[in-house]
Write a protein that binds this ligand. Sequence first.
Ligand code: URP
Ligand code: ZN
Ligand code: ZN
Length: 464
Amino acid sequence: MAFDTIIAGGTVVTASDAYVADVAVSGSKVVAIGKDLPRENAGRVFDASDKYVLPGGIDVHTHLDMPFGGTTSADDFETGTRAAAFGGTTTIIDFAIQYKGQTLRAALDSWMEKAASRAVSDYAFHCIITDLKDAHLDEMKALVREGVTTFKLFMAYPGVFMLDDASIFRALRQTAAHGGMVCMHAENGGAIDVIVRQALAEGKTAPKYHALTRPTTAEAEATARAIALAEMAGAPVYIVHLSCNDALEKVREARDRGLPVYAETCPQYLYLSLDNFDAPGFEGAKYVFTPPLREKWHQEKLWTGLKQDQLQVVSTDHCPFCFKEQKEMGRDDFTKIPNGGPGIEHRMSLIYSGGVAQKRFSVSRFVEIVSTTPAKLFGLYPRKGTVAVGSDADLVIFDPNREHTISAKTHHMRVDYSMFEGIRVKGMPEIVFSRGRVLVEKDKFMGRPGGGEYLKRSSATGLP
Ligand code: URP
Ligand code: ZN
Ligand code: ZN
């Protein structure tokens, strides 16, 4: 049998195993895995000895081309998925926003249009609901059937995105009845608003006050409330961008009680802290995102949470705004700094480096956190999220020994700074495939805009 591609002699890593084998690809699929697969007539053979062969990374939380805070996130679906590919991420799930008065369908149509001719790799959407009338509940049911199986709700940003508890409860009950899952932005927006207004009245306008006006208790309270509402509704719930130990404890307690509660954290909460606001001048604005950075001691708690499966996923919440002209909009008032930070490119290396190279967890756990569990929770498994016969050939030849210093000078995201500037990582993708096509080879981009496909997802969470 002739194969299009053979990836030879690498260590194939899945969430459960790591073993040396050849991986054969024909068309868009993995078609064989074994020792010494026949290489005669293979289109191309890639030597992966001393390297890992990983399933492509899945980033379930990105905001590309998103209007927010009076401006638009700096990466579109082309530049964002391209940067993701350089970092070994081959699937993203972005957010289609329903603005007040809009149907969910209109939201989805508009984000489909942004992505279709631009994405270089595969993509799917969650739907952000900001206005929940009876008709929208019917639409939720229809969207789940059509493969948009997850809905982000906000307990923060009053007047913009925030829903009241009754609406949240109704949405949760709808997912309990018809499948799907709510992804919750858990912060007590009402209390935060009061603290923010007081800070501004006291003349506290610098970027660090973004963090100092959003206490960990506000995140923990909302996390506990989200879990309680989900329990009453009999629904699963997924807590997005969890940033602190206080909220983690609420998730841990719920999981210990056997509730279907899941949570993600992001590299910024594992690597950065309140100390970053000591940056000179207005540069603290580079670290303004929500939930905010926390005291440094939270980082190790989050790493332990990942190791012990209290946290199941690392996503990026990639929401890039340039320092010049975008972050600068809030020079005199931290509430006018667009909230969000860039990270889509470096998630895999940062989590490999901090997790596996620093011996906090195994390479299989790494794969589980950045690819397999995202695929299972969000209805993409086993098409995505593993290296197996029949799965999409979204594959990464990953060099565990290659070191790199992260810098805006060399990154591929369309943003003029890096949150992780100067951080040295160990472990980098070398060759990245999307459905059998080479996307990145030795630091060169080989893909094309529009090469990505829209993914219809199933509603099964696939996890206990
Ligand atoms: O600051 C952030 N996280 N911006 C993106 C929107 C959100 O809440 O995820
Ligand atoms: Zn959020
Ligand atoms: Zn987000």
